[in-house]
Design a protein around this ligand. Structure first.
Ligand SMILES: Nc1ncnc2c1ncn2[C@@H]1O[C@H](COP(=O)(O)OP(=O)(O)OP(=O)(O)O)[C@@H](O)[C@H]1O
Length: 610
């Protein structure tokens, strides 16, 4: 903070702008940016001259001449990487758990998401695919650690305070002690039961007096958290009727009550009811109901016993989350966001506090007040004052222009959370020393010195993948089916998968000359499926409707990537380059045998030749 009344906020590509205290109507530790008018004024301050400075600041060749304060936390990350001091940037709580290769991939992914140019950011499918690869690498690493520890030699090595795996491990130790897998912070509270009625499209309209009862008159003791919308209270309702109940009886719910001062809150409330009321996905918070009486606006959600990701990443009190759990949480968040995007909805500012955690640390996206339907002409009607999202998470192009928020802006926010998850540092923290305030700048500067950005709390903790197997990570609707259970709230729409690709085959027909072949079940890997579908959609831009990309994103199964190709599997032709890419990738993960060009029918669909 520059003075008592002036704060320094870094916007756009982290160019510092001076604002007075009046410009920041809400005092919040995460520095939410003020009203739209303020933001517009802020943008005006970025003169052409400053824009030029900004461009030169982004030019790596000029980085050395920058005022250190302009770079913030990301600068710190960049510096550390350049110095070859990777350890510094990694949360020490997870250091011992991460393989160097995994760390590199993860940071590379974050960097790509945080690219200043939206067109260079990856697609959601690519992000999913990269995260799956990171998990596969990590799992291999965990297995190697475990088998090492199972051998006599390994057990002996474990007796010594040094590592036998120095080269590969970021920390280089063999510490397998189980770290926090995420215990319920409030174990005495009951969770929303699995058979809870589906939120969509029927939402309960609560009476204000009922919510008053459910939250003991909005008792300060029951505040779960505070956002710019207002306070979030813990409440109790009866399981079947959702009528108010005594504390500890029935089921716990989270009740968000709009602040009277919140200017745009009513619009956000409406957006939340409109969007969230119609979304059902395992990685998206369930809205159970709402209340609107006179000036009161409230929302009632399923209760998430472990609150939000930020509570663990930045808290000195909470037990640190293991690297495996963090990865699983990020995968869940990415799946949730993919679902949003596949419904043409952008979240307009994902941040770690929007990733809520259930008792098993499954991630669910919350905070939908800023959501907007892409391409909707009326979409801007409920744009809130928080249109920029929280400082530090906003995509540069959006901050510059303030218009046309799209999926790529969301991906920027996601990149920031990826970085936070590995460093254990906030995207923007005014308390940090000079040069470390902005995470993105810090991380970019650290360059190859990845260890430095890792959350120090990751250091020395055991390798832990949350007990999930490599084939099914638990983020997709298909998982309950794979596990032999069926969750009626999120039925797997397996049947949808095949039509998606079969529909596309006719359009592939004229392009069969140089095509490779990939088994359709491989294509149905969630990330891979959409990646290919997106590629099809681009290639067939004259007829993009041929591919229902929306259905590919979330309604596909994820089992196939580890299976070997079987006789009679349906295969589908794809462009030679894509085939090469996929085959290479899968071979790299030891998950596929060579593919064959023979046996295609006229639509490019065929069977594997032995
Ligand atoms: N369903 C829930 N269950 C448990 N805790 C919750 C729930 N929803 C929100 N919280 C807690 O309340 C806090 C405030 O949530 P809220 O969504 O209002 O704001 P935010 O996302 O933190 O910030 P902002 O409003 O600035 O975007 C969260 O960070 C989380 O810790």
């Amino acid at each position: 903070m520059a003075s008592k009344h002036t704060v320094q906020i870094t916007i756009a590509t982290h160019f510092p702008i001076k604002l007075t205290a009046n410009d920041l109507p809400i005092s919040h530790p995460q520095w939410p940016i003020g009203p739209w008018s303020t933001l517009k004024r802020v943008y005006k301050q970025i003169t052409e001259e400053k824009q030029k400075d900004l461009e030169s600041a982004n030019d790596p060749s000029t980085q050395g001449s920058l005022d250190e304060e302009q770079w913030g936390l990301v600068t710190w990350v960049q510096d550390s990487i350049k110095e070859g001091n990777l350890k510094n940037i990694i949360d020490s709580d997870i250091r011992g758990e991460i393989s160097l290769k995994c760390l590199k991939e993860y940071v590379k992914l974050a960097e790509r998401c945080l690219h200043n140019s939206p067109k260079h950011r990856p697609t959601m499918a690519e992000i999913l695919f990269s995260l799956e690869s990171v998990m596969a690498i990590q799992e291999k690493f965990n297995n190697s650690l475990q088998s090492a520890s199972r051998t006599l030699f390994g057990r002996m090595v474990n007796l010594f305070p040094f590592s036998s795996n120095q080269e590969n491990s970021v920390q280089g130790d063999l510490n397998l002690s189980t770290n926090s897998k995420g215990n319920n912070m409030f174990p005495h509270m009951k969770e929303v039961p699995a058979h809870f009625p589906s939120p969509s499209p029927i939402l309960k309209e609560f009476r204000f007096s009922d919510l008053e009862k459910a939250t003991r008159s909005f008792s300060p003791d029951l505040i779960l958290g505070v956002g710019s919308f207002g306070n979030v209270f813990l409440g109790w309702v009866k399981e079947n009727t959702l009528a108010p109940s005594k504390q500890g009886v029935g089921i716990a719910v989270a009740v968000k009550r709009l602040n009277e001062e919140s200017v745009q809150g009513a619009a956000e409330w409406q957006a939340e009811v409109n969007f969230l009321g119609h979304l059902a996905h395992p990685n998206i918070i369930r809205l159970l109901g709402y209340c609107r009486e006179e000036l009161e606006h409230l929302l009632v959600y399923e209760y998430m016993p472990n609150k939000s990701f930020d509570c663990f990443l930045f808290s000195v009190i909470a037990e640190p989350l293991s690297w495996g759990t963090r990865l699983l949480i990020m995968m869940g968040a990415v799946c949730g966001m993919t679902h949003l995007h596949s419904n043409n909805i952008v979240s307009r500012g994902l941040k770690s506090s929007d990733i809520l955690l259930d008792k098993d640390f499954n991630a669910k996206l919350g905070d939908f007040g800023l959501m907007r339907r892409c391409g909707s002409e009326t979409g801007e009607t409920h744009v809130s004052t928080r249109v920029m999202g929280t400082c530090g998470y906003g995509a540069p192009e959006y901050i510059r222009t303030g218009v046309s928020f799209d999926c790529k802006c969301d991906i920027y926010g996601l990149g920031m959370v990826l970085l936070e998850s590995i460093t254990g540092r906030r995207a923007m923290d005014a308390q940090r020393p000079k040069g470390q305030k902005s995470l993105v700048e810090w991380a970019t500067r650290v360059g190859p010195n990845l260890k430095k950005i890792m959350d120090p709390r990751l250091e020395g903790s055991g390798s832990d993948f949350g007990g999930k197997s490599g084939t099914s990570y638990g983020f997709y609707g298909s998982v309950p089916v794979l596990a032999g259970k069926s969750d009626p709230s999120f039925p797997i729409q397996k049947k949808k998968v095949t039509p998606v690709f079969l529909r596309s085959k006719a359009h592939l027909h004229p392009r069969l000359n140089t095509f490779g072949v990939v088994r359709i079940r491989l294509l149905t890997s969630c990330a891979l499926g959409q990646l290919i579908a997106e590629k099809y959609a681009t290639a067939l831009s004259d007829n993009t409707n041929a591919i229902d990309v929306n259905n590919c994103a979330v309604d596909v199964e994820v089992t196939a990537t580890t299976e070997v190709l079987k006789d009679n599997d349906v295969v589908i032709a794809i462009g030679a380059k894509d085939a090469e890419f996929i085959a290479d990738t899968l071979k790299y993960n030891n998950k596929i045998s060579t593919l064959d060009l023979q046996g295609l029918d006229k639509y490019g669909v065929g069977r594997r030749q032995s």
